[in-house]
Design a protein around this ligand. Structure first.
Ligand code: HEC
Length: 154
């Protein structure tokens, strides 16, 4: 009995969650993706301060937490926060270029590269190797920049 009620509770939770995300407004998509990028940027800043610049003492646990957060965002299915109506020519308060939908191959490529390097960041942070983390920070940063250069307006 216990098992059944757990399953139905989970099914119920899903049945609420699915339509809610399908109905997400363009405004909510824009806000959520900007918040996600800010959150990643904050965590990238921690890695830069500790592993690259050395202005804050290196703390392997904090580095692991920061990298885990970045990888979690990267793996969260952010594509759901992008809809053709949410580009800067159609929506307010966004810098997303319409090219994102006009060049789907390129968009997929930069997205995949970012995901791969973010996952690697998580692995490297888990190893506790400061120099390797600094290198991987740069690799991730390149993939952030590649997407911005192509699809984010100035
Ligand atoms: C797949 C493309 C893509 C990747 C990868 C990407 N970004 Fe962005 N980023 C964008 C777009 C598009 C915007 C503009 C979003 C908007 O205004 O709706 C943006 C906006 C931002 C912003 C401004 C958010 C705001 O408040 O307006 C920051 C900061 C940022 N990105 C940092 C990063 C960092 C750091 C990474 C890598 C760890 C990264 N981004 C990876 C596409 C990307």
């Amino acid at each position: 009995m216990k098992k059944t009620s757990f399953v139905s509770a989970a099914a119920l939770a899903l049945s609420f969650a699915m339509p809610a995300s399908a109905q997400m407004s363009v405004e909510d998509q824009i806000e959520a993706r900007q918040a996600a990028y800010q959150f990643m940027s904050w965590n990238m800043g921690k890695i830069k301060a500790q592993a690259v610049d050395g202005e804050v003492e290196f703390n392997a646990d904090q580095m692991k937490a920061a990298a885990n957060a970045i990888a979690a965002v990267a793996n969260s299915g952010m594509g759901a926060l992008y809809s053709p109506d949410s580009t800067l020519d159609k929506a307010e308060n966004t810098r997303l270029k319409p090219e994102f939908f006009e060049q789907p191959e390129k968009a997929r490529e930069v997205g995949m590269n970012f995901g791969r390097e973010a996952n690697k960041l998580q692995e490297v942070a888990a190893s506790g190797d400061k120099a390797a983390l600094a290198r991987q920070f740069a690799a991730v940063g390149e993939t952030c920049k590649a997407c911005h250069d192509n699809f984010r307006a100035k």
